[in-house]
Ligand binder design. Structure first.
Ligand code: ADP
Length: 382
């Protein structure tokens, strides 16, 4: 058994040390020469703490603690990390596994297994630096987007405002056409800028949510009124089903909920040529408490192919370029909505069959209002 043990540790890629109870080195595996450049015979009968002082001059107390811990009681093991100095002066990092086997007749000693993790540490450091750089770059990009969007919004609002004023003045038919183009293009740009602003706020973590008391039925009624006009123009039926057990008064951000609902409803109407769009709201059967609501918006539209289903929640993603040409849009709406839903403690997903239709689902956790929470009638702000 002893021979078997010796052969195992002699061929080990790790440094293996066997110590007496007082810390004297009785055995050190040959791999120490390859890993740290020292000859094993020079270390035999030395005290491990000298070895530790020798290789690990500044913080040898840490190493001493590790060994002491391993020495302290029988059949205990410890796992930790330390660094030792190579004979060329460089640092090597080790994962240390210490096992007290003093009770065992076959081995009888403290066995320290030192696994060289210098390369792993180097990669970890590089990865952490790369992650830090990437996060910093992403933060700067988001900040830049926020600033630029803000700066564009101000003159854009003036352009749209002036176009509206101009429309009220006597104009020739040709001039009216030009002003209409100006107004439509201005509004499209404003939607895009608002989307970019929202998206960069969500990405940089600077978007804050309101927490106010509102009536969900009232909010849905208002949101649906705008969508119903579009649905009516396309000859689609727009239905809303709110289950009776959905509480009316809830706490949350009504403005952002309206934004999510409108985005999904408008998509459903945009991508449906005939049939219906149905919005259903019920208590989320999967929520642990009764604060979670499950929303679903079903349509009988063009549907989404299976391979595109995974990417439609990514930013600037449209199913293909023909969608952009035919239906317009920026590919930001779902990215923003799904991130807003996440911020509200829920998730968003979709089920869809091409040519049959799609159902977008999302859950949101709302709070229950207390007696002191003022009731907000208007559907919040953006
Ligand atoms: P946008 O509508 O501005 O292009 P979205 O992020 O809202 O951006 O949607 C991304 C893409 O997902 C759309 O361009 C469309 O291809 C697809 N999509 C979204 N909703 C539906 C739907 N109800 N039916 C079919 N395709 C949809």
């Amino acid at each position: 058994m002893t021979e078997h043990f010796r052969s195992l540790i002699q061929n080990s890629w790790d440094i293996i040390l066997v110590l007496d109870a007082d810390g004297t080195i009785r055995y050190v595996g040959p791999s120490i020469e390859r890993i740290l450049g020292y000859k094993p015979e020079d270390l035999i009968n030395q005290n491990v703490f000298k070895l530790a002082e020798f290789y690990y001059p500044h913080k040898h107390t840490v190493f001493r603690e590790i060994v002491n811990e391993a020495l302290s009681s029988s059949n205990t093991s410890i796992v930790t990390e330390c660094w030792l100095r190579h004979c060329d002066g460089s640092r090597r990092y080790f994962e240390v596994i210490g096992q007290n086997l003093l009770d065992q007749p076959s081995i009888s000693g403290i066995v320290l297994n030192l696994h060289d993790i210098t390369e792993r540490k180097r990669v970890e450091k590089e990865l952490s630096m790369a992650l830090h750089t990437a996060l910093e770059a992403s933060r700067v990009k988001s900040q830049f987007l926020t600033m630029v969007s803000h700066e564009i919004r101000t003159p854009l609002t003036a352009i749209i405002g002036i176009a509206e004023v101009l429309k009220e003045t006597p104009l020739t038919l040709e001039q009216q056409k030009y002003v209409n183009v100006l107004e439509t293009a201005g509004n499209t740009l404003l939607i895009l800028v608002n989307d970019i602003l929202d998206f960069s706020k969500v990405e940089s973590g600077t978007l804050s949510l309101d927490q106010v008391h509102f009536d969900i039925r009232e909010l849905v009624e208002k949101a649906i009124a705008a969508a119903a006009v579009r649905a009516g123009e396309k000859g689609l039926t727009l239905t809303v089903e709110i289950m009776p057990d959905v509480p009316s008064g809830i706490m949350g951000d009504p403005g952002r909920l309206t934004q999510i609902l409108l985005n999904i409803l408008e998509n459903a109407i945009k991508f449906t040529e005939r049939g219906e769009v149905v919005l259903r709201i019920k208590n989320n059967p999967d929520a642990k408490d009764d604060e979670g609501l499950l929303f679903s918006i079903s349509d009988t539209g063009i549907g989404i192919s299976e391979e595109k289903l995974n990417t439609i929640f990514d930013s600037f993603t449209q199913v293909d370029s023909s969608i952009r040409r035919k239906y317009g849009g920026t590919g930001l709406g779902l990215a923003i909505s799904s991130r807003l839903v996440n911020l509200m403690g829920g998730r968003m997903w979709v089920e869809s069959t091409q040519g049959i239709g799609s159902t977008f689902y999302f859950t949101i956790k709302f709070g229950s209002p207390s007696m002191d929470d003022p009731y907000i009638i208007q559907g919040g702000k953006r």
